[in-house]
Write a protein that binds this ligand. Structure first.
Ligand code: SF4
Length: 424
């Protein structure tokens, strides 16, 4: 059975045509799916019964099962989703007092970047998520909303490096932001990257609407090489140049994310160096006090040090915010995803054992990581370090382009209403 959300509009239209049905059925069915993602085909009352039967035989709307659902007292909710091939994906719904409802989604299972302080990268990368799996996270989280709530923002800051899976991500985001999709404003979408220069420029070419956040975490290459091992092959200057190009092309201010680690990168001299680095740029620095990850040696920065760091930046003319921590009690905060679930831990341990056995080595535990360790394996680094991997394959690009517009016949489709029962 196929995953419906992995079908582009064009592919779905072709499927209907192959069944002798008009192309506007795409709009009818997808309207139901985006409005009420948990709906069954049987409930799509304006779709002829014979078509519903065919849909039921061929497609499933959701391909992943909820393995765990945790709720925080601050309104944050986290889902652990089990994929069809038995892997796990995490995604988070965040609520704020202004009524914003933000989903934080993942683009890969695991992560090949291997940031030294992050839970998601501890076991390396398993695979890219499909476009349908990325979109499904948004829809699964939408199902958690109360009737009066509306999804307003998407941040791509979960597991994985988004620009290493750009084509599939754009396919999903396009449907999330399209007026005939979920209709979320493209300007309310933030893509957070460790900084792949080619990927940043490609994103600027393909969609200048989205907001770009670069995870910097250090003001110089020496420190960044230790915290973000992928930096060794890229370097801060190349990233800043690509970010400058992004701003020049899109006019959208770039945000620089900076996780503050006690006594590692939170000293006044780091703040001064960071301000020098960004001087003259239309940039915003988002300071993120570290969220502790069990088994890693980093510590939460002192509150006064966080304030002092922000003051120095501000006095040197850099705009700065401190990110309010949400979801930390349910391990849904930045850097805490993919850590506390026994299913994931035992699975990744088995994988490590297998890998080590194949290589004739003793398996190494993630708890052995140190602030200076490089926990990126060779195979993972191939996926992330070769900037050519951000090139979008023809198929992925087609997927993206195919979602540009609904087929013209879509306009003929009447808005779906439960009362519009259509007989065979
Ligand atoms: S912080 Fe982001 S890029 Fe770094 S390992 Fe974690 S998920 Fe990957």
């Amino acid at each position: 059975m196929e995953h419906l959300l992995d079908y582009s509009w064009k592919q779905f239209r072709d499927w209907f045509v192959s069944k002798g049905q008009p192309g506007y059925r795409v709009a009818q069915v997808l309207h139901w799916v985006y409005e009420s993602p948990k709906i069954s085909f049987d409930e799509m009352s304006d779709v002829p019964k014979v078509v519903r039967r065919e849909l039921k035989k061929s497609f499933k709307i959701f391909s992943m099962q909820v393995a765990s659902h945790r709720k925080g007292s601050d309104g944050t909710e986290k889902l652990l989703l089990r994929t069809q091939d038995g892997e796990f994906v995490e995604c988070v719904l965040l609520r704020d007092d202004k009524g914003n409802r933000t989903v934080c989604i993942s683009t890969q299972i695991g992560c090949g970047v291997g940031c030294a302080f992050c839970a998601s990268g501890l076991d390396g990368i398993v695979r890219n998520l499909t476009s349908g799996e990325i979109l499904e996270q948004i829809l699964q989280l939408k199902c958690l909303l109360q009737p009066e709530e509306r999804l307003s923002h998407i941040v791509v800051m979960g597991m994985g490096e988004p620009l290493a899976n750009l084509g599939r991500l754009l396919g999903a985001l396009h449907r999330a932001t399209h007026k005939d999709g979920l209709g979320i404003s493209a300007r309310h979408v933030t893509i957070s990257t460790v900084g792949l220069p080619n990927g940043i420029r490609r994103l600027a070419e393909l969609n200048p609407q989205y907001h770009l956040a670069v995870s910097l975490h250090a003001p110089n290459d020496e420190l960044r090489n230790r915290l973000v091992p992928a930096n060794r092959r890229i370097g801060i200057q190349a990233i800043l140049q690509a970010a400058d190009d992004y701003f020049a092309k899109t006019g959208r201010r770039v945000t620089y994310e900076y996780v503050l680690l006690r006594n590692v990168n939170d000293r006044p001299e780091h703040a001064q160096e960071l301000a020098e680095l960004l001087r003259g740029r239309n940039a915003l620095v988002n300071l993120i006090p570290y969220n502790p990850v069990q088994g890693l040696p980093y510590e939460v920065p002192d509150r006064r040090d966080v304030g002092r760091f922000a003051d120095i930046l501000s006095r040197m003319g850099i705009q700065v915010t401190i990110r309010y921590r949400k979801g930390s009690e349910i391990e849904a905060a930045c850097g805490q995803l993919r850590r506390v679930h026994p299913e994931i831990v035992s699975k990744s341990k088995k994988k490590k054992k297998k890998k080590s056995a194949a290589a004739g080595q003793e398996p190494t535990g993630s708890s052995e990581s140190s602030p200076t360790s490089d926990n990126t394996s060779t195979s993972d680094s191939v996926i992330i370090s070769n900037d050519a991997t951000v090139a979008i394959s023809d198929h992925e690009l087609q997927m993206y382009e195919a979602t540009e517009d609904l087929p013209a016949e879509a306009e003929q489709a009447a808005p779906a209403k439960p009362s519009d029962q259509v007989s065979e």
